[in-house]
Design a protein around this ligand. Structure first.
Ligand code: UP6
Length: 275
């Protein structure tokens, strides 16, 4: 899959969210997801309206918005239609199935009603997928499992990562991919059928991407779009502060276009390499 185009891969996906994301990436020539981690509704919507033309996906942490009103979600949906991008609430669910089903569907945010994609830690075991799927599958949503993390000292490595991939394989209709730092092809696949594995195509969404910094003071680690997409075979670059953080906020539009261009060039180079 690392050598196929996004459009070719869209045809092989049955999950509506995965298909739509791959189609959007191909149509907009953008594998850029902007992570909009700001605390005011107005800033949130303003940044999204500016970066909208350059992204395939917007990633939210809706619970950090101080002046949240549900009407912000209506504005977000309007921007998603205006600029043609999908929505990914980075909720990182981590509880038993029954609880995550409630957290996903209910409360203040009703995430399942507007977020095409959300994510979960595999730590509770497969019940977390069953719980989220009971809400998300009827709505055509997709789930991303956190198989690895970008932060220094993460415990999500080795056997934990392999078992996350194994959990995803058992739920391929709803689990569409991973938060990971590299492709997961063949990870935890000992003893599995090789043609089955060759047809497997999980999306790899990768945070910890920055062109100007190596990290922050709280353990975040950055790599470039080229390292992430070309060298590690990831599919979507997730960029937050690199685009609107202090020092980059003078021209958010130019930063978004810069990351889009870098991410797309790395992809084009990747698929041009003949195996
Ligand atoms: N994120 C990571 N690393 C992970 C998983 N998620 O950084 O392993 C999320 C963070 C943040 C974004 O919660 O929203 O990706 C990265 O933001 P940054 O580019 O400003 O560092």
């Amino acid at each position: 899959a690392r050598l196929l185009t996004y459009a070719q891969r869209a045809e092989n996906h049955h999950n509506p969210a995965a298909k739509a994301l791959l189609e959007t990436i191909g149509r907009k020539k953008s594998n850029l997801c902007v992570s909009v981690d700001v605390t005011k509704q107005a800033d949130f919507l303003r940044i999204i309206d500016v970066v909208g033309p350059y992204i395939c996906l917007v990633k939210t942490h809706v619970d950090v918005i101080e002046d949240f009103e549900f009407s912000m979600i209506d504005r977000l949906k309007e921007l998603s239609a205006k600029h043609d991008f999908l929505i990914f609430e980075d909720r990182k669910f981590a509880d038993i199935g029954n609880t995550v089903a409630l957290q996903y569907s209910s409360g203040v945010y009703k995430i399942s009603s507007w977020s095409h994609i959300t994510n979960a830690h595999p730590i509770p075991g497969p019940g977390i997928i069953t719980g989220l799927s009971s809400i998300g599958t009827p709505l055509g949503r997709g789930l991303i499992l956190l198989a690895e993390m970008s932060s220094k000292g993460t415990l999500a490595s080795g056997a934990y990562t392999s078992q996350a991939v194994q959990m995803a394989r058992a739920h391929r209709d709803f689990v569409i991919g991973f938060i990971a730092m590299r492709r997961m092809d063949g990870v935890g696949a000992e003893g599995l059928d090789s043609t089955d594995l060759a047809n497997e195509d999980f999306l790899i969404l990768t945070p910890g991407v920055g062109l100007d910094a190596k990290g922050d003071s709280m353990g975040q680690q950055y790599r470039t779009p080229r390292e992430v997409v070309l060298e590690s075979g990831c599919d979507v670059i997730i960029v937050g502060r690199g685009i609107y953080g202090k020092g980059n906020d003078a021209d958010i539009q130019a930063q978004a276009e810069r990351y889009r261009k870098e991410g797309w060039a790395a992809y084009e180079e990747r698929i041009s390499v003949q195996a």
